[in-house]
Structure formats: structure tokens, C-alpha cells
Design a protein around this ligand. Structure first.
Ligand SMILES: Nc1ncnc2c1ncn2[C@@H]1O[C@H](COP(=O)(O)OP(=O)(O)OP(=O)(O)O)[C@@H](O)[C@H]1O
Ligand SMILES: [Zn+2]
Length: 683
């Protein structure tokens, strides 16, 4: 019997170096395979998963390999999902199939159709809808006028909204109500938070409120089996709410009705490897494609978002007050120059008046939070005789002294050794820590405030599963007087007994080379301040201390007035003058090699190929330079900044340029990796 073969385009994961980004043609005996269908196809000698895609018109090559298997039991991935993936691949300059398959749950790619059918049947059996009937009245607090206005605006029309509210102003309450409206209309809701350790809190709050609804989480902390199950429930339309981190932006949601990105300014929304996408920006695109509202929430919006509000492209919904009329903590800038100088020492960890203020809190049974964005005991050890320092032999960085396990640890490559007894260069026994990390701060507070119950939360104390929850539990229960930690504790947590927050040493970020450093510092300090006085009763006597050598800096002046708008205006003025985002579009081309010169030559050659074209488009390609940490794990890194007045010009240039890089690389032996980062967060 004659079997008719049709040509189908299939997005498959092709290795980047082949330069094949587009879908490949295959022959199929199944007529009319809808786009979005999962299939298995041969690629080289392997059989790989793929997704049927729209086929551009044109002749198919004569000898096509056949599609091996159609995974027909899974409903096809929808048009808008494919549009999102197609846009992301083009915008961030990745292969379509590579991105499309990378954002599916890894387990899904391993299953054949029989296994998949079984899984789906099991899901339908096991996941009977929750007992409580949907439509339970919202048993939360009654909204205030601003909150109600925000919920109404979001429900009234699709578009991008900035929910601009200080910490504790009731933003989450607005998300809950907007979600309720979308759910009541039979739609699904996607809520994204920047960090995985914030998902359990949010999940608990949503789960409590939406007892009758099916809610799933999507983040990298799930087991592969959980991630598949949650993804499938979303894709099959069985889950009503998806809560997750940045990867959730790619969840398949056939009934999507609302997207929320909480703390939209947070750098964690940007993926830092592979396809370096911004989940916040993709959420805005997705909302546009699907015609659903997108709510970006923040107390300190990213300047990109803020500029779009000023241009009228996003609508600002303001929550200007803290719930319960609580005031924001009084900001006290402590001038470190007023302390008596101590020769050869970094000075005291905490200014005496700050120690006094903490002691008063302890007496009243209140808590204090000390924030220092550097973990370990000291960032470097040095020899007082010969000047030796604890450099990493594999990186251009110091190794950090961790006193707990007496190790010297490189935070870039992980290289770890026991602390030497004597200087490895001259044998001197007097090797001393320079500077201060959270471990040392914890020790010094115990000395300054004998009897105080001090706890420390940072990446080192929260390695084991459950330890973060346990430590946060102790803080909430009032078993801790002083909490020391890195930015992990500055964000999101709803502490009720903290009345003093102190930034121990925030100055270094004022003078960092990265143009976004001030923006990041300001939002971190505003966030940290927001941890104090969350209980309205205590708000009036809550304080935020900033220990600084530059008390007159404009950033701190704006912080003191909690004046985001003044800060943003100043920053935008500087960005405009310097031709930086949001007034320009950037891309960063990176290359790595054993020797810097090799990476540099590669990038130079790449620049030469498009120099003339770039100039004609008004795009500037800067010479390659080493990044702040140039060498990591014995590999040298170089980066080249591309700056364009518009997104469009940058996109056109990159699209024609990057395919040439694959051949160029073959001519530059020794280049280990290269990558492009569109809209890089740090340069
Ligand atoms: N209208 C309201 N009436 C009474 N209480 C409210 C109201 N809205 C919110 N709350 C309560 O106030 C507290 C802070 O609200 P919420 O967590 O929504 O603020 P937020 O802006 O999301 O805070 P943050 O950004 O600091 O995490 C919560 O305990 C919440 O239940
Ligand atoms: Zn190292």
C-alpha cells in the first residue's frame, strides 16, 4: 500500500557550534501533525525529542529522514507558547530548538508515548480537585482605597502595570485579589518571585487563600518528577495557579489570564547562563501576545520599568502607605569619619552608638538585623611581615578565610585549602585577616553584646535542606536578638519584631565600576529598611542605620527621605547623558580561553567583520576588555560591549553577526567558549 509522506518542520536541540538554529525538515506519515506536537526524530546517529513547528514555505530537501514517534497523548504546545519561545530565541540569540527544549521539564524529554499516556492517566486519577469548592469568599482583610483601585484597574484592561508600593504596603494583597478575579473568570494565573527561598512563603499565603483551587510551584528546587507533574498540570489546564521563579515564565498555560512578577527589579529574574533571558521582560512580552494584564510589583522599580512608566507605556498603580498607617523606619546615616582612628585596623565593626541602640532593643525584647553583603570571616588573609595575601592560584581573586572550618576558599572556582599555620612565603607565624565578613561580624557582636542571642543567615549556614526554614523559624519565634546576614535576609521576609536594621558597610557599592551598582544598592537598602517596623505598633520607633564614610552621598540622601523618585530621576539623568540603558540597548560578547590574548584576538576579529555595518547603524562596538574577575579556574575571560541607540538596530546587527562567529571560532584555536548576553545586567 502506498503511504503518503508529508514534510514537517521540527525544532530540535542542535549543538550551538553547528550554527543550525532553525527547525529541521522531516518526513511524516501522520497527516496534519499540528504545530506544538511533541515528537522523536533522528539527528545524526541519535534519536532526540523535538517539537513540530510552523514550516516556512519552500521546497523540502529530497531525502528526508522520517519522524520516529509522535507523542500524540500530550496536547500540542499552544500558539502563544510557541510565539513566546520563538521571540525569546530570536531576541536572546539562541537556537529555537535549543531554547524550546531547554525550557521543558527534563523528564518530559525522556518519555515515549506509552509512558506519557500512563502518566497523564495517573495524573487525572491522583489529582482530584481539592475538597473545598472553588469560589470560597476571600477571607483576607478588606482592601483600602488604593488597593481596590489597583485591583479594579488590573481587571479592567490588559496591559503592563507597575504596582509601586513601599514594603508592607499590601502589594501581595493586590496580587491575591487580582488573581481571584482572573480565576473566577475561568483563567489561569502565573505568579513569579525572584528567589526560590521566597516561594514557600508565597505558596503558603496563596494556598491558604485559595483553598478550593489547584496550585503548583515551578522552580529549580523541585525533583525532576515533581517538576514534570507540576508542568503537566499547568499544561493540561488542571492547575489554576502557577507560582515559580524565572523559569516559570515558560510554563505552558492554555487558559492564562494574569501574570504577576513580584520584586520586578530583582536581578534574579535574569538567567545567567545558556539563554540569558529576562523573565520579567518576557512576562511583559507574553502578556502582550496573550492579551492579559501583567503586574510588575516593586518598592524600587528597575529604571527600565520606571522609564516606561514615565513614557506612558506602563501604567503606575501606587500604594503610597504602609498598611495600618505604620511609618517607614527613620534612616540614620552614621558618619564613620567621626570615630577615632585606629592605626592598622579597619576600625570597629559597629559604631558605639549603634551598639547602644541594639542593646536598648535587646532590653525591650525587640530584634535587630545587621546586613553585610560578604560571607566568610574575612575576604583575605595577609602576612604582616612579607605582604603575602591569600590569592587563588586559579583565579584573579582572593580566597576567603572561613573560620568555622579553618579553610581558605575561593568563591569563584571553589578551590579550598586548610588555612596555613604560617605564611607560605616567609614562614612568619603572624598572618592576619583583612576586612570583615558575616562570620567575623557575628563573633564581634557576641563580644560587644555579651549574652545577646546572635544568629547568622547566609549561604554558608543554609547549605543543608531545611536549615533556612529552621533559622527563620527561630527569628520569628523570638529566640534571636540579633540577626546577622547577607542580602538573603534583606529581602521579602515578614519579620514582625525587628525594629532596627543596620547596613554595616554598604559604601563599596557606591564606587563600583558597574553602572547599575547604585541602583542595586539603593533597592537593597530600601528592601532592608523594609524589614524594620513591619508591626505598625512598633513602626514609630524603628530605625535603619547606615554606617558610611560618605554620609553626604546623594544616594543616601534619597534613602533618608525614602525618596525613590528623586533617586530614579538623578540616575536617569546620568544614564541619558552617558547613553546607557534604558536610553540605549546593550549586548555583551564574551569569550574564554587559556590565554587572554587568544580570547581578545577572537573578539577583535569578530568586531572587524561588522565594524562598518555597525557604524552605519549607529552601533558602537567597544574594544574587548577583561571583566572585573578576569581569570576563573585557569581560564581567561574577555568581554566586548556593543551599544546601540535602539533595540531594533542591535537585534538586526546581532542576527547577521553571530552566525559568522561559528566559522570564526574554527579559525581561532584555543577559544574555549563564547557567548552573547543581550541586555546584560552587569558590565
Ligand atoms: N487592606 C488591608 N487591611 C489590613 N491588613 C492588610 C491589608 N492589606 C494587607 N494587609 C496585611 O498587611 C501585611 C503586609 O501586606 P503585604 O504582604 O500584602 O504587603 P507587601 O507590599 O506585599 O509587603 P512586602 O513587599 O514588604 O513583602 C500583611 O500581613 C497583610 O495581610
Ligand atoms: Zn579560584
Amino acid at each position: 500500500m502506498q503511504v503518503d509522506l508529508v514534510t514537517v518542520a521540527v525544532a530540535v536541540e542542535t549543538p550551538q557550534h553547528t550554527g543550525l538554529g532553525a527547525p529541521l525538515d522531516y518526513a511524516s506519515t501522520a497527516p496534519g501533525l499540528p504545530p506544538g506536537t511533541l515528537v522523536r526524530v533522528p539527528l545524526g546517529r541519535r534519536e532526540v525529542p523535538g517539537i513540530v513547528w510552523e514550516r516556512p514555505p519552500g521546497d523540502a530537501p529530497p531525502e528526508l529522514k522520517p519522524v520516529r514517534e509522535v507523542l500524540a497523548s500530550l496536547p500540542p504546545l499552544g500558539d502563544s507558547w510557541r510565539q513566546l519561545v520563538g521571540f525569546a530565541a530570536a531576541y536572546y540569540q539562541r537556537g529555537l530548538g535549543e531554547l524550546a527544549l531547554a525550557v521543558l521539564p527534563p523528564e518530559l524529554r525522556k518519555l515515549d508515548d506509552v509512558q506519557l499516556t500512563r502518566r497523564i492517566a495517573r495524573l487525572h486519577r491522583a489529582e482530584a480537585p481539592p475538597a473545598a469548592a472553588p469560589g470560597d469568599p476571600l477571607h483576607g482583610p478588606a482592601l483600602n482605597d488604593e488597593q481596590r483601585a489597583a485591583v479594579e484597574a488590573i481587571g479592567a484592561a490588559p496591559g503592563t502595570y507597575l504596582l509601586h508600593g513601599v514594603t508592607g504596603s499590601g502589594k501581595t494583597e493586590v496580587y491575591l485579589h487580582a488573581a481571584e478575579a482572573a480565576l473566577a473568570a475561568g483563567r489561569q494565573v502565573l505568579v513569579m518571585v525572584p528567589e526560590i527561598n521566597l516561594t514557600p512563603q508565597l505558596e503558603a499565603r496563596f494556598a491558604e487563600r485559595f483553598a478550593g483551587r489547584r496550585l503548583v510551584s515551578l522552580h529549580s528546587g523541585l525533583t525532576p518528577a515533581q517538576r514534570l507533574r507540576h508542568w503537566m498540570l499547568a499544561h493540561l489546564g488542571a492547575a489554576d495557579l502557577v507560582l515559580g521563579t524565572r523559569l516559570a515564565v515558560f510554563a505552558s498555560l492554555p487558559r492564562l489570564g494574569l501574570i504577576v512578577a513580584d520584586e520586578e527589579h530583582d536581578p534574579s529574574f535574569k538567567q545567567q547562563e545558556g539563554a540569558r533571558y529576562s523573565a520579567r521582560d518576557l512576562a511583559v512580552y507574553r502578556g502582550h501576545v496573550e492579551g492579559v494584564p501583567v503586574v510588575l510589583g516593586s518598592a524600587t522599580p528597575s529604571l527600565e520599568t520606571w522609564q516606561r512608566v514615565l513614557e506612558g507605556r506602563y501604567r503606575r498603580l501606587a500604594l503610597p502607605q504602609r498598611i495600618g498607617g505604620g511609618v517607614l523606619p527613620r534612616v540614620r546615616l552614621f558618619d564613620m569619619n567621626t570615630l577615632p582612628r585606629q592605626r592598622g585596623s579597619a576600625g570597629p565593626a559597629l559604631a558605639p552608638p549603634l551598639v547602644q541602640a541594639i542593646a536598648e532593643r535587646i532590653e525591650r525584647g525587640e530584634q535587630s538585623l545587621l546586613f553585610l553583603n560578604r560571607r566568610g570571616y574575612a575576604p583575605v588573609l595577609h602576612c604582616t611581615a612579607c605582604g603575602w595575601k591569600s590569592g587563588c592560584p586559579h583565579c584573579s581573586a582572593w580566597r576567603v578565610f572561613h573560620k568555622g572550618d579553618r579553610s581558605l576558599r575561593c568563591h569563584h572556582c571553589g578551590f579550598t585549602e586548610r588555612v596555613p599555620r604560617a605564611c607560605p612565603d616567609c614562614g612568619n607565624l603572624d598572618i592576619a585577616p583583612l576586612g570583615r565578613g558575616t562570620e567575623r561580624l557575628e563573633e564581634q557582636i557576641a563580644e560587644l553584646l555579651p549574652g545577646a542571642r546572635v544568629a547568622r543567615i547566609d549561604a554558608d549556614t543554609t547549605r543543608t535542606k531545611g536549615s533556612l526554614e529552621a533559622q527563620l523559624g527561630a527569628v520569628h519565634a523570638g529566640d534571636v536578638d540579633v540577626l546577622v546576614g547577607t542580602q538573603m535576609i534583606a529581602k521579602g521576609h515578614d519579620f514582625r519584631r525587628i525594629t532596627l536594621v543596620a547596613a554595616v558597610n554598604p559604601d563599596s557599592a557606591l564606587f563600583a565600576s558597574d553602572f547599575r551598582a547604585p541602583e542595586r544598592l539603593f533597592s537593597l537598602l530600601m528592601q532592608a529598611a523594609g524589614r524594620a517596623g513591619r508591626d505598625a505598633e512598633q513602626a514609630a520607633r524603628s530605625e535603619m542605620w547606615v554606617q558610611t564614610w560618605h554620609p553626604r552621598h546623594t544616594l543616601y540622601a534619597a534613602l533618608r527621605r525614602h525618596d525613590y523618585e528623586a533617586f530614579a530621576a538623578g540616575q536617569l539623568e546620568e544614564r541619558l547623558a552617558a547613553g546607557l540603558p534604558p536610553f540605549a540597548s546593550l549586548a555583551l560578547l564574551r569569550a574564554e580561553a587559556r590565554e587572554a590574548a587568544v580570547a581578545q584576538a577572537f573578539l577583535r576579529a569578530a568586531a572587524e567583520r561588522v565594524q562598518a555595518q555597525a557604524e552605519s547603524m549607529g552601533v558602537t562596538i567597544y574594544p574587548p576588555v577583561p571583566p572585573p574577575v578576569a581569570r576563573v579556574a585557569d581560564v581567561d575571560r574577555m568581554q566586548m560591549l556593543v551599544e546601540s541607540p535602539t533595540r531594533g538596530a542591535l537585534q538586526r546587527l546581532l542576527a547577521g553577526w553571530l552566525p559568522q562567529m561559528h566559522t570564526l571560532r574554527a579559525q581561532h584555536k584555543g577559544v574555549l567558549r563564547w557567548a552573547v548576553d543581550v541586555d546584560p545586567l552587569a558590565i
